[in-house]
Design a protein around this ligand. Structure first.
Ligand code: ZN
Length: 230
C-alpha cells in the first residue's frame, strides 16, 4: 500500500468517528499500520475534523519518527505505536472520549458482560486498566498509557477483546485496520451505554451466564463460527 492510500484510509476512518458522534472538536484519533513498510499513519494533532485533509495525515515509524507529513502527529501517537509493537495481529487503533465508555473509565470500573450484545463482540469483561503511577505520569506519559493497556492484556488475547478503557481517561479500541477499529469504538460506546442503563435499573444485575457468553462469542469468532455468510 502506498503512503497516499494508507493516509486516505486513515483520513476516512477519522471522519467516520465524527459521523458516528464518537467525538467533538479535536477529540479522538485513528491510525493504521503498514506492517511491510513498518509505518503508521495517524491524525495530526489538534486539527478539527472539518478542516482536515488527506495530506494532513502524518506518517511515522514505530519509534515515532515522522516519515512523511508537515504537521505534528497526534499527541497520543506513542500509545498507538506501543500497541502496534505489542499486539502484532492488529492493523488499526482508535481512541475516543465517547461519553458512556468514558464514564465507565472515570468510574474506574470494567464493563461486565451483562448481555449477548456484549458477548457477540468481546469474550469477557471490557477491562478498565489500573491507574498510572506518578512516575508514569511524570515520565513518558503517552508511552506509559500504552504500557497500562498491554499490562492488562498480559494474560489475554487482544483479538478476543478488541477494546479497553483506560482508568480516569477513555477508551482505546483496535481491529484488523483503521475502519474496523472505529467500528469497535462505536460498538463499545453502545455496549457501555446498555451496561450503564442496565446497572441503573438494577445495580445488582448479574453478568451473563458463562455458557451463553461462550456461545455468543464463539458462534461469531470461534474456529467453528457459523454466524453470517461465509
Ligand atoms: Zn484521550
Amino acid at each position: 500500500m502506498s503512503y497516499k492510500e494508507l493516509k486516505r484510509e486513515v483520513f476516512e476512518a477519522n471522519m467516520e468517528l465524527q459521523r458516528r458522534n464518537l467525538v467533538i472538536y479535536t477529540f479522538g484519533n485513528v491510525s493504521q499500520i503498514d506492517r511491510d513498510k513498518g509505518v503508521v499513519a495517524i491524525k495530526p494533532s489538534g486539527v478539527a475534523y472539518e478542516d482536515m485533509k488527506v495530506d494532513d495525515i502524518v506518517v511515522v515509524d514505530l519509534e515515532n519518527t515522522i516519515v512523511e507529513g508537515e504537521m505534528r502527529p497526534s499527541s497520543d501517537t506513542k500509545t498507538h505505536t506501543h500497541l502496534y509493537r505489542a499486539f502484532d495481529s492488529i492493523g488499526g487503533v482508535t481512541h475516543t472520549h465517547s461519553t458512556y465508555a468514558t464514564a465507565w473509565a472515570q468510574a474506574r470500573q470494567s464493563i461486565p458482560c451483562l448481555g449477548t450484545t456484549h458477548a457477540d463482540y468481546v469474550h469477557g469483561d471490557i477491562t478498565c486498566t489500573r491507574d498510572l503511577t506518578d512516575d508514569q505520569v511524570n515520565g513518558d506519559y503517552e508511552e506509559e498509557t500504552g504500557v497500562q493497556i498491554t499490562d492488562a492484556y498480559a494474560e489475554r488475547d487482544p483479538n478476543a477483546a478488541p477494546m479497553v478503557i483506560v482508568a480516569g481517561h477513555a477508551p482505546f479500541t483496535w481491529g484488523k485496520d483503521a475502519a474496523q477499529s472505529v467500528y469497535h469504538a462505536a460498538l463499545l460506546e453502545e455496549i457501555a451505554r446498555m451496561a450503564y442503563l442496565t446497572r441503573t435499573l438494577d445495580p445488582q444485575a448479574a453478568p451473563l451466564k458463562q455458557a451463553v457468553m461462550d456461545k455468543h462469542y464463539l458462534r461469531k469468532h470461534g474456529k467453528n463460527a457459523y454466524y453470517g455468510q461465509s
